[in-house]
Design a protein around this ligand. Structure first.
Ligand SMILES: *[C@@H]1O[C@H](CO)[C@@H](O)[C@H](O)[C@H]1NC(C)=O
Ligand SMILES: *[C@@H]1O[C@H](CO)[C@@H](O)[C@H](O)[C@H]1NC(C)=O
Ligand SMILES: *[C@@H]1O[C@H](CO)[C@@H](O)[C@H](O)[C@H]1NC(C)=O
Ligand SMILES: *[C@@H]1O[C@H](CO)[C@@H](O)[C@H](O)[C@H]1NC(C)=O
Ligand SMILES: *[C@@H]1O[C@H](CO)[C@@H](O)[C@H](O)[C@H]1NC(C)=O
Ligand SMILES: *[C@@H]1O[C@H](CO)[C@@H](O)[C@H](O)[C@H]1NC(C)=O
Length: 288
């Protein structure tokens, strides 16, 4: 091989291994969803680096013993793909499965292999958990890809979603809520507070809460940012220890349209004695 050809070949392989495409990420989330549906954890091990980090609810778990070993009948799945961070997020709702789950999974891909899988695996007893409700409210929403001429930049999408958590610690921050806007937590939606308006604000927001360790996945095509974070005070039995949490924001023309949360507690009921704020408020409205 001539020297120039050799150099060309080396450059090509270097850029090919660093290159992260939407097609690759879609292939990986498709395989992840199929593997979870079949309980075929081996299919994911095959796609991963030998030293892949695998956690459930922020606890390191042996991937051959975790939730991926369980076949789960899904009612819905949705994935977003971030080619800049080479990261993905997948939402799985399993209301018809004998054991109901709502799962949020963030993955990072390094040189075409999955190097990190962190799942928030929620079921009965987690924050406002109701897989039937999650499926129902989600089915009323439109998360179609954003038409090309209406797409926001990744900066706008990330900043709009992140403003929500900036507001949590500072009441003066203006969050770009759209109209309508609704938040779906565990399966309880704020939508009944105002089906045509902004119920994201109506349901109440903290003003002295500092969430920790924010990790972003941004998809311009879907107009979505997912933020993984630690949520202090979510489980009252754990004091201010941050709990594993994911918030997925659908952004349309810079405004928040939907928020989906998946939040894991240590103790069933999250130490709230059956008084978790969101579900209580929504139920009260519904029964009026
Ligand atoms: C996994 O192995 C790769 C290649 O040897 C290394 O660069 C990386 O730091 C390792 N990751 C972890 C989490 O140990
Ligand atoms: C995941 O969602 C896609 C698109 O809605 C669907 O075609 C596919 O069958 C779903 N996969 C599973 C395992 O349910
Ligand atoms: C769960 O959601 C469904 C659908 O919205 C609702 O009918 C049901 O009452 C909810 N269950 C609880 C325990 O809130
Ligand atoms: C709170 O937010 C306002 C509006 O963005 C900003 O001007 C102010 O500096 C913030 N305060 C703190 C303590 O960060
Ligand atoms: C619901 O939202 C609409 C649109 O923002 C607003 O006009 C209306 O006053 C709201 N209704 C209630 C009951 O808050
Ligand atoms: C739940 O009940 C326990 C025992 O009565 C009490 O100590 C705790 O403060 C209650 N928590 C909340 C959030 O009401």
């Amino acid at each position: 091989m001539a020297l120039s050809a050799l150099i060309g070949f080396l450059l090509l392989s270097a850029s090919a291994s660093a290159h992260c495409t939407r097609e690759l990420l879609i292939e990986i989330t498709d395989k992840y969803v199929a593997a979870q549906a079949a309980g075929a954890f081996g299919d994911i091990v095959e796609l991963s680096t030998p030293n892949v980090t695998y956690t459930e609810n922020e606890v390191p778990v042996d991937i051959t013993k975790g939730v991926l070993t369980e076949p789960i009948q899904m009612d819905h799945n949705r994935s977003i793909h971030d080619t800049v961070e080479c990261a993905t997020f997948t939402e799985i709702i399993a209301a018809s499965n004998p054991h109901q789950y709502v799962i949020g999974t963030r993955m990072i891909v390094t040189d075409h292999k999955i190097s990190l899988i962190e799942s928030i695996v929620t079921d009965q007893g987690d924050w406002a958990f109701n897989a039937t409700g999650y499926e129902y409210w989600n089915s009323l929403e439109n998360w179609d890809p954003i038409p090309e001429d209406k797409r926001d930049t990744r900066e706008v999408i990330q900043t709009s979603g992140n403003a929500y958590f900036e507001r949590f610690k500072n009441e003066s921050v203006v969050v770009p809520f759209g109209v309508p806007c609704s938040r779906l937590e565990g399966g309880a939606s704020t939508a009944p507070l105002n089906m045509t308006g902004d119920s994201c604000t109506l349901a109440g927001l903290p003003s002295t809460l500092v969430v920790t360790n924010r990790r972003f996945v941004v998809d311009e095509v879907m107009g979505v940012v997912d933020i993984f974070l630690g949520f202090p005070g979510l489980d009252r039995s754990q004091g201010q220890t941050p709990m594993p949490d994911s918030h997925m924001f659908r952004i349309e023309e810079g405004k928040i349209r939907y928020i989906h949360t998946v939040s894991s507690c240590v103790e069933a009921g999250c130490g709230f004695n059956g008084t978790i704020p969101t579900s209580r408020r929504v139920n009260r409205i519904r029964h009026n």
